[in-house]
Design a binder for this molecule. Structure first.
Ligand code: RB5
Length: 147
């Protein structure tokens, strides 16, 4: 069965979300579009929290968020336990966000990446495995205040 990937954006990421929705479907994923559904002005936390809650609860393994810079979405998503939302602006960083940081939410700065790069970033994010080992030790320390 195809993995169901939730995707959401604010108005600044709306057009890129529409593009990536098609790209995800072409890659064989089932897409859960959690809004926004037009380019009318919206507030990014209204979209980041519901998507991150799905990853926090385990309902979704990973998800995709978009806003203008990626920053607001990442701030809100990273308030959820177990969520590691990475702002990614190049395909290479997408690979490291997965292999070293075990990112489970991809956050795209829609106003600062081309459609071509966004698809390449998405593909690397979805196709790259976490390396574990020393990186797992570090990632596990994120959720605890003391080492
Ligand atoms: C919206 O204008 C913009 O502020 C928002 O998309 C995002 O970049 C916030 O972090």
């Amino acid at each position: 069965m195809a993995e169901r990937i939730p995707i959401a954006s604010d108005h600044a990421g709306f057009e890129m979300k529409e593009h990536l929705r098609g790209a995800l479907e072409k890659m064989g994923y089932e897409v859960e579009d959690m809004g926004t559904y037009s380019s009318a002005s919206t507030d990014y936390p209204d979209y980041a929290h519901p998507l991150a809650a799905k990853v926090e609860s385990g309902e979704a393994q990973r998800g995709v968020l978009l806003c203008g810079t990626g920053l607001g979405m990442s701030y809100a998503a990273n308030r959820h336990h177990g969520v590691r939302a990475a702002v990614v602006w190049s395909p290479e960083i997408a690979t490291f966000a997965r292999s070293h940081n075990d990112a489970n939410v991809l956050v795209l700065p829609a106003r600062f990446v081309s459609e071509e790069d966004a698809v390449a970033i998405l593909k690397n994010f979805l196709d790259t495995r976490f390396e574990g080992g020393r990186h797992a030790t570090r990632v596990n320390k994120i959720e605890t205040e003391t080492a």
